[in-house]
Design a protein around this ligand. Structure first.
Ligand code: NI
Length: 162
């Protein structure tokens, strides 16, 4: 495994629609392993392939229940809504208030080539939506109702840790 370089906001690759994967070969498996290592290194909860410069429909999510491989993901169903503070590894020190579904059912393929359906709630649902958006060239900053000022962000994180 190896760490990959992060693509940062302002890079046009983050606003492009990614291509489907269709065939999972060693190259794709290696990419996902590298993304997993990169995500852990960055202390994140989700990472999409365009964030490491690969324009394919691949993302991973890890909100504490193990890694979820999202290859060619499709959101089948959403339920409810949640409004909360969100960030992105490609947008360092930027935080915004985004409304997302509370519950999401996604169909995707994992790195073994198995097609599966998964339902996630809360942070996992938020993360699945955020990563799927990346594959369509959409950043959370475009969906944010409000971007936190540095003062608001500081206050938010102080309160969060209490
Ligand atoms: Ni992101």
């Amino acid at each position: 495994m190896a760490l990959r370089n992060m693509v940062i906001e302002g890079d046009e690759r983050l606003s492009k629609v990614c291509r489907p994967v269709t065939v999972i070969n060693d190259h794709i498996v290696k990419l996902i392993e590298d993304m997993e290592e990169t995500l852990a290194d960055q202390n994140g909860v989700g990472l999409a392939a365009p964030q490491v410069g690969v324009m394919r429909r691949i993302a991973i999510v890890d909100t504490g229940d193990g890694i979820l491989d999202l290859i060619d993901p499709h959101i089948l169903e959403t339920e409810g809504s949640q409004t909360g503070v969100e960030g992105c590894l490609s947008c360092p020190d930027r935080w915004g208030v985004v409304t997302r579904p509370m519950k999401v059912t996604v169909r995707a393929t994992n790195r073994k080539g198995e097609c599966y359906t998964y339902t996630g709630e809360g942070l996992t649902a938020r993360c699945i939506c955020h990563e799927c958006d990346h594959l369509d060239g959409i950043l959370f900053t475009q969906k944010a109702e409000h971007m936190l000022t540095p003062e608001e962000a500081k206050k938010y994180f102080n309160e969060d840790r209490r």
